[in-house]
Design a protein around this ligand. Structure first.
Ligand SMILES: Nc1ncnc2c1ncn2[C@@H]1O[C@H](COP(=O)(O)OP(=O)(O)OP(=O)(O)O)[C@@H](O)[C@H]1O
Ligand SMILES: [Mg+2]
Length: 301
């Protein structure tokens, strides 16, 4: 039984919104049915490896602002959320670097997605990145891959910085031009960049595939977290899911219907690892299946 099946069975028992058996096989291999249209040269890829440590801008992480927005910031009143993100990150880090990584392709690349808008992808991606980067020996790269509606930059206060789109679109944009260093030593951010009418093609391009491959191979000590668009609203989330080793499927508690989740799970059938994260739960549900703490504090919005 897959982890998603276990999760859904658990929810069925808890009389929650999801209540059916799942038949999907969540194991599978990366396939390249996505059309690859933009070609990267070897030099461009070498450039990434040479410049990944040459990050220029420094962003001060405003913990007070994040705490006010409900994020799991140290010193905030939401200390339970901090603890919960500690629990949530452990299986992910273990899959990336520990014994769990065997057999997972690009295990250190993690996509945070959901079926629908507003389920908590960006909230989860940022909280996870902060939580992992706060471990002294861990490095994290947070990439805003929701290029149509970028939110990571908005939440963290990055303005008009070139990002993923400029890198994929421009021959003269280097990795060091787009990575934003932060006041947390282990945390770097790549903003989405400018809106682009061919953003879907850019994300499914050969250059993007080579970029993520390079990140995984050359920097196996970094966790790379991609914030993505909703799976059922655009094809970009599905495209990105094929590039990463682990997918976190955020499911909004008491909101997202079972058939909607099923549709997303089918779209993720080729992914090595899919972890379901039940978000915005009420405290008293106390759901804790397969090692994940899913009851994220008091959701008060
Ligand atoms: N567990 C949570 N506790 C408190 N607030 C949350 C939680 N999860 C999400 N939120 C809030 O819910 C709102 C929507 O979350 P978020 O922006 O992360 O969703 P999203 O899935 O990224 O949406 P979109 O598809 O539009 O990008 C935000 O205001 C966020 O701060
Ligand atoms: Mg978002």
């Amino acid at each position: 039984m897959s982890i998603i099946e276990k999760a859904l069975n658990k929810l069925k028992n808890e009389d929650a919104v999801l209540n059916a058996n799942m038949g999907s096989n969540l194991k599978g291999s990366f396939d390249d049915t996505i059309p690859l249209t933009v070609v990267a040269t070897t030099n461009e890829i070498k450039e990434i490896s040479n410049e990944i440590n040459d990050e220029k801008l420094i962003l001060n992480i405003d913990w007070k602002h994040l705490s006010d927005l409900g994020f799991a910031a140290p010193g905030s009143s939401n200390s339970e959320a901090i603890e919960e993100y500690r629990n949530i990150k452990h299986p992910i880090v273990n899959n990336a670097f520990g014994k769990g990584s065997e057999g997972i392709t690009r295990a250190n690349l993690i996509l945070v997605t959901s079926s629908l808008p507003g389920e908590g992808k960006t909230f989860t991606a940022i909280n996870l990145a902060l939580s992992i980067a706060n471990e002294r020996d861990k490095k994290v790269l947070l990439i805003d891959a929701d290029v149509a509606r970028p939110s990571v930059s908005k939440v963290l206060g990055i303005n008009d910085s070139p990002g993923l789109i400029e890198y994929l679109d421009g021959a003269d944009v280097s990795f060091s031009d787009i990575i934003v260093r932060t006041s947390i030593p282990g945390l770097g951010i790549i903003p989405a960049g400018k809106l682009h009418k061919y953003s879907t093609e850019l994300l499914s391009s050969n250059k993007m595939a080579l970029f993520v491959e390079e990140l995984s191979n050359r920097y196996p000590d970094r966790i790379v977290i991609f914030d993505s668009p909703p799976l059922l609203a655009a094809t970009q989330g599905e495209v990105l899911a094929r590039l990463v080793g682990q997918v976190i499927l955020v499911i909004e508690a008491e909101q997202t219907l079972q058939n909607v989740v099923m549709e997303s799970v089918e779209k993720l059938a080729a992914c090595d690892v899919v972890l379901a994260l039940f978000n915005k739960t009420k405290r008293n549900m106390d759901i804790n299946y397969y090692g994940y703490g899913y009851g994220y504090g008091q959701y008060a919005h």
